[in-house]
Design a protein around this ligand. Structure first.
Ligand code: KMH
Ligand code: ZN
Length: 276
């Protein structure tokens, strides 16, 4: 067997709506049930956004707390990775709120990118403030890369001691405005990260499952879920993020890799070993 495969399930997101798919979880109990199903299919990390009751995105600490508590009741062992990206247009104060709950992991996007018609704004001072908060609280960062220049900023932050020497990267590929969703782009991103770092691939829309396959072959890890893509195949909605996780677990088996358990994931990503 090859190396364990970390599967992250991005089950909510900030952009996907109930109008697009009826399978999107919104309330804490729906989120927890979706997390349970993803865990059963092989996910070891839940990449978490939360919503208000009306479905709009929020970074409210209390809403995160309710969702995390509900998830942990269903899957005590699973790793919860909170989003600090939130939705476009949110301030540092909003975006940093879930860090106050001291989760095991959180995302950190290391640059600004066009995001469809909008702009996902990440000025360097804000990136540094989020990174500093994570380090002080011992929260393991996952560095979100939407375009290649963000890797250069991550290297600068490593030099400044604001990121671990060998961070875990997540390549979010195929966002309109960001890097493309093809194999050539993936190989280029891999070539630019510090040797000894780990990476996962989150292909957006039609790129999700083809890129998952490539990531598995290239000994990387995979993120899937309704945040990034709502279809299991062309024109057919996935019945939940769990169905996408199930598909990735099948691909992994074909490549002689098994889904990593949460504890294997903690070991691979050195979770709990970052911070002051
Ligand atoms: N919703 C996107 C604008 C993250 O979770 O850290 C940003 C995002 C990244 O989803
Ligand atoms: Zn996200």
């Amino acid at each position: 067997m090859g190396d364990p495969l970390i599967i992250t399930a991005a089950i909510v997101g900030a952009e996907t709506t109930r109008d697009q798919t009826p399978f999107l979880p919104i309330t804490p109990s729906e989120i927890a049930e979706e997390a349970r199903r993803c865990f059963a299919e092989g996910a070891s990390i839940i990449h978490l956004h939360v919503r208000k009751k009306d479905g709009t995105p929020t970074q409210d600490k209390e809403v995160f707390k309710s969702a995390i508590t509900a998830i942990k009741e269903q899957c005590p062992d699973i790793i919860v990775q909170v989003s600090t990206g939130g939705a476009v247009g949110m301030s540092f104060e909003e975006r940093s709120q879930p860090l106050l709950l001291n989760p095991e992991m959180a995302t950190l996007t290391t640059g600004t990118v066009n995001f469809g018609d909008e702009v996902f704004l990440n000025p360097l001072p804000m990136i540094k403030d989020l990174a500093t908060m994570m380090k002080k609280r011992g929260i393991t960062p996952e560095v979100e890369i939407f375009d290649s220049g963000m890797i250069e900023t991550a290297k600068y932050l490593i030099k400044k001691g604001l990121l671990p020497e060998h961070p875990h990267f997540d390549f979010v590929m195929g966002v309109p405005g960001g890097i493309g969703g093809d194999l050539e782009c993936l190989k280029f991103l891999i070539s630019r990260i510090p040797k000894g770092s780990t990476f996962s691939v989150a292909g957006v829309g039609k790129y999700e499952l083809p890129l998952a396959k490539e990531a598995i072959k290239l000994n990387g890890h995979v993120r899937v879920g309704l945040e990034d893509n709502i279809y299991i195949k062309k024109g057919v909605l996935a019945k939940g993020s769990w169905e996408l996780v199930q598909e990735v677990a099948k691909m992994a088996k074909d490549e002689k890799r098994l889904p990593a358990t949460p504890d294997e994931t903690r070991e691979i990503l050195k979770i709990g070993r970052w911070g002051d």
